[in-house]
Design a protein around this ligand. Sequence first.
Ligand code: SF4
Length: 333
Amino acid sequence: MSEPLLKVEGLKKYFPIQAGLITHTVGQVKAVDDVSFDVYEGETLGIVGESGCGKSTTGRMLMRLLEPTAGRITFSGREISELSNKELRAVRRDIQMVFQDPYASLNPRHTIGKILEEPLIVHGIGNAKERKARVLSLLNTVGLSDFHAKRYPHQFSGGQRQRVGIARALMTNPKLVIADEPVSALDVSVQAQVLNLMQDLQRDFKLTYIFIAHDLGVVRHISNRVGVMYLGHIVELAGSESLYEEPLHPYTQALLAAVPIPDPDFKREAELIKGDIPSPSNPPSGCTFHTRCPFKMDICTQQEPIFKEVKPGHSVACHLYNDAHHNDIKQSN
Ligand code: SF4
């Protein structure tokens, strides 16, 4: 297999918890705790989990909008964490982000034309005429018209604003786009249009996507591979087909059980997930999912399961797939 476009190794982000009059650190929120994955050129990697699982923090560290506590991020063969500010600016041309709430990320006092031109000015791309031409061209690419350049964000619908957010991300002709819940705030009918647009753009612009979502249903059709996060860890990572057809981790099984299926005869095998996600400032011992897991065993509270490949291209962190248990599981399937 070729070298990955993005390689993430042992990535951690701990936020200090501070207390007292003379502020001192009394603990840490382990928002992202030892996350590793690769992303290959032209693919879409979905990252899924409930809110607070660390998926958005991971996305922000990849752009270095947040400094990692530990770990390595290598993009196009260069380690991002070691770059100077100037070098980082050049890399940011190649990695762009689409946010969940385009309204919050679009300056309400600027016209869409100005908003779209800004990344070109920041990166010193083109003269005024060339920049204007690129703005109009990308507006058309995302399904909007030339006249929209003169309008303000509040004059757009949610779906149109997300189209603007996508156009802005593409202005610098990036290689990697990190989309953080790009359709979660949109109506279901509009979600499908934006997802289709993103797929078309991926093909036309040879883009690589990291697609962050809280719902496995949303990433299903757009992702080549999917990583499932729980309390700062990736607990399962596999090709889409393998993950959706044969989810191994009890958490993934529960997430899939929560995805609505329009078939009254469909019988669910996995139970819906119970209880709340524990606090990442005080994660459970051993397997952090043990407080909610219907298959919990003694070992689960004592030992953290190792994240390992149990089938080609399919990795999971769960004691059920230790060699001793693995045969039982196979038989019961
Ligand atoms: Fe459940 Fe144990 Fe697997 Fe964790 S390691 S998911 S508690 S069976």
